[in-house]
Design a protein around this ligand. Structure first.
Ligand SMILES: Nc1nc2c(ncn2[C@@H]2O[C@H](COP(=O)(O)OP(=O)(O)O)[C@@H](O)[C@H]2O)c(=O)[nH]1
Ligand SMILES: [Mg+2]
Length: 240
C-alpha cells in the first residue's frame, strides 16, 4: 500500500479506510440495483445536472409539453427544500415526485431507489432525475442512470467546465442553455465547447433555449434516439 499524507498512520495504529470512499462504494452498489430494475422495464433513466438556476426544471416542463403525447415521461426532482419544482412539472400533466434532501447537496442512489416504487415503471419510457443544483457533489454519485446530461447556462460564464471538470467528464451530453441570452452576454459557445471536449472528447453538445423553444427539437431527437437504442438493445437481448 502506498503511504501518502492522507493515509499515513503512526506505528501500532490501524488506518481506517476513507469513509467517503465507502459511501461511494455503497452508492455504486445501489446504483447497479437501479440499473437492473430499469433494464427489466426498458425505462431510460436520465440524470439531469447543473448549477442552481441553469434551467433544469424549465427544460423538464418544455420536454413534457413536446413529448408527453408521444411517450410516457416522469420526473423525480431533488431539492434541499420545497416542492416547488415538482409542482411546476406536474402542471404540464406528467407525474413528478419531489425528493426533499433537507440540506444534502446531491441525490444518492439510495434516495432514488427508495422512491422507485412510486413510479409505474412498466409504463414509463423515460424517467428523468432532476438533481440538486450544483456542479460539484452530484458529479460523484452514480444514480444508475443510462445517461447524464449537464446544463451549462450562458449566464454562468464560459469558464465552468475547466473549473468543475468531474461533472463534464462524467456527462454524456452538455446542453448550453439560455442561448437566447447570447447576444447580451460575454459568453463564447466555441470556448465552452472546446474546454468541455478537452475534458471529455466523447461529450455531445447542443445549444438550447427552453424559454424560446430553440434547439428543443434536437434535444428531443437525442432523447428519443437513446430511448429507441435502449429498447432495441433490450429486445435483442430477449431474442438471444
Ligand atoms: N432567458 C432564459 N431564461 C431561462 C431559460 N430557461 C430557464 N430560464 C429561467 O431561469 C430561471 C431558473 O430556471 P429553472 O428552470 O428553475 O432552473 P433550475 O434551478 O436549473 O431548475 C427561471 O427564472 C427561468 O425562467 C432560457 O432558456 N432562457
Ligand atoms: Mg429546478
Amino acid at each position: 500500500m502506498s503511504i501518502n499524507k492522507s493515509n499515513k498512520a503512526a506505528r501500532g495504529t490501524v488506518q481506517c479506510e476513507n469513509t467517503n470512499l465507502n459511501l461511494l462504494k455503497a452508492n455504486d452498489f445501489v446504483a447497479e440495483i437501479i440499473r437492473k430494475e430499469m433494464a427489466k422495464t426498458n425505462t431510460l433513466l436520465i440524470n439531469i445536472t447543473s448549477s442552481a438556476g441553469s434551467g433544469k426544471t424549465t427544460l423538464m416542463q418544455k420536454t413534457a409539453e413536446k413529448l408527453k403525447d408521444k411517450i410516457n415521461l416522469a420526473v423525480m426532482v431533488g431539492d434541499i427544500d420545497t416542492e416547488r419544482d415538482a409542482d411546476r412539472i406536474r402542471e404540464t400533466g406528467i407525474q413528478a415526485l419531489q425528493i426533499v434532501t433537507r440540506g444534502i447537496c446531491h441525490l444518492e442512489a439510495q434516495m432514488v431507489h427508495q422512491v422507485l416504487d412510486q413510479f409505474d415503471l412498466e409504463n414509463i419510457d423515460v424517467l428523468f432525475i432532476e438533481n440538486v443544483g450544483n456542479l460539484v457533489c452530484p458529479s460523484s454519485f452514480d444514480l444508475g442512470e443510462d445517461y447524464r446530461v449537464t446544463l451549462m447556462a450562458t449566464t454562468e460564464g464560459d469558464d465552468k467546465p475547466k473549473k468543475y471538470p468531474k461533472m463534464f467528464l462524467t456527462s454524456d451530453l452538455m446542453l448550453v442553455s439560455k442561448a437566447d441570452l447570447l447576444p447580451y452576454l460575454p459568453f463564447s459557445v466555441e470556448a465552452v465547447t472546446k474546454d468541455a471536449l478537452e475534458i471529455n472528447h466523447e461529450l455531445d453538445v447542443l445549444q438550447i433555449s427552453a424559454l424560446k423553444d430553440e434547439g428543443i427539437d434536437e434535444w428531443c431527437e437525442w432523447l428519443l434516439d437513446k430511448m429507441e437504442q435502449k429498447q432495441q438493445g433490450q429486445s435483442m437481448m430477449a431474442n438471444v
